[in-house]
Ligand binder design. Structure first.
Ligand code: FES
Ligand SMILES: [Fe+2]
Length: 365
């Protein structure tokens, strides 16, 4: 884990935005800081996994790897959703390598079988092994909760309830209804930048004109407002008319929920966006697209345009984030100042980081 210094403690001080500096470069680049982020920040919080509808029937399961922890999420015979460590008790093999459906979970390595409750029921040719009890080989379970059908895992088991973590979102976005949304597609990108660089970039529209000239032409973000609600930062703005690229009127809600979740909500559409560090210099951005449209032809038109815009904008964001990571590692840069008009979101996210790090450094957590 990262060893905090006196200088780090000074950098944890939260200042008014007019006087604030950005967090120091080494918080984005130090390998030990990455371990601290993954084990003490992200594993202790709620991590987005997927949607209940993706495992609609008993036996359906989802497989994923979140911050280096392989998981298998299954709907059991009683229709409860359970999240297991996808690591066999024999010699560490996976029970499954991709999502699917099964009556039993069978390890791909030597075919030990587990029921949907995670109990070991079969270990081929294990007669003769002394003091071996199947009861000692139950799959470890992680805490899982659901918000309006969206599934989240908490690896440490001690995070506050999910409903509290996401409180206020479904009320704020009315009449948009999260529970109407159906899973459409997952798109994953690997980015050669620290996960916090990617989120910082998400938190402001200051870079839209220089970095996303195409987006700047079709979307007016001048009416966007940033609201800070503790661990949630909301960027909110009207969508001008129905001729905008998202084919919808109403308003857009861009939520960042500390530490690493974004919900991009438009009428009839939600994009869940989870930013997962691989190491200090790399992260995965997982985009899950959901739409409420049930007419397949209409859905395809809307989704196609949405995914195309998202891909263009994402590639521009990846380009700039990767350059920023290089800048942060250059040795010539430590901290900068914050634009009061445009970077309130960056300031808020970095203050949430400061609070989390201060709690770690002072032993409050
Ligand atoms: S590792 Fe799973 S059966 Fe051997
Ligand atoms: Fe961007």
């Amino acid at each position: 884990m990262y060893q905090w210094t006196k200088r780090d403690l000074d950098d944890m001080e939260v200042r008014p935005i007019e006087q604030a500096e950005t967090i120091p470069a080494h918080w984005f680049t130090h390998p030990d800081m990455d371990k601290t982020d993954r084990q003490l920040i992200l594993a202790k919080s709620w991590q987005y996994v997927g949607h209940e509808s993706q495992i609609a029937r008993p036996g359906d399961y989802l497989v994923d790897d979140i911050i280096g922890r392989p998981i298998l999420v299954v709907r059991n015979q009683s229709s409860d959703i359970l999240c297991f460590s996808n690591v066999c008790r024999h010699r560490g093999g996976p029970l499954a390598t991709k999502s699917g459906s099964a009556r039993m979970l069978r390890c791909v390595y030597h075919a030990w079988t587990y029921n949907l409750e995670g109990a070991l029921v079969g270990a081929p040719k294990f007669e003769g092994v002394e003091n071996f009890n199947k009861q000692d080989c139950t799959l470890p379970r992680y805490r899982m909760e659901s918000y309006e059908g969206f599934l989240f895992v908490n690896f440490s088991g001690d995070a506050p309830p999910l409903a509290q973590h996401l409180a206020g979102i479904k009320e704020t976005i009315k009449p948009i209804n999260l529970s109407d949304m159906r899973f459409y597609k997952r798109v994953v990108y690997e980015v050669s930048a620290n996960w916090k660089v990617y989120i910082d970039n998400y938190m402001e529209g200051y870079h839209i004109l220089p970095v996303h000239p195409g987006l700047a032409k079709i979307l007016d973000v001048s009416g966007y407002k940033t609201t800070i609600e503790g661990s949630k930062v909301l960027q909110y703005g009207p969508l001008a008319g129905e001729d905008n690229p998202y084919h919808t009127g109403g308003a857009a809600y861009y939520y960042q929920v500390f530490p690493n979740l974004m919900l991009n909500i438009l009428p009839g559409r939600v994009q869940m966006n989870s930013i997962l560090p691989i190491d200090a210099d790399r992260c995965l951005t997982v985009f899950d697209f959901f739409f409420s449209e049930t007419d397949v032809a209409k859905l395809d038109i809307r989704a196609k345009d949405d995914l195309e815009i998202s891909d263009v904008v994402q590639k521009e964001d990846i380009w700039i984030c990767e350059l920023i990571q290089k800048g942060l590692k250059s040795g010539t840069y430590d901290k900068g100042r914050i634009c009061v008009q445009e970077e309130r979101g960056v300031w808020a996210f970095q203050n949430n980081l400061r609070d989390a790090y201060r709690n770690l450094a002072t032993g409050k957590n």
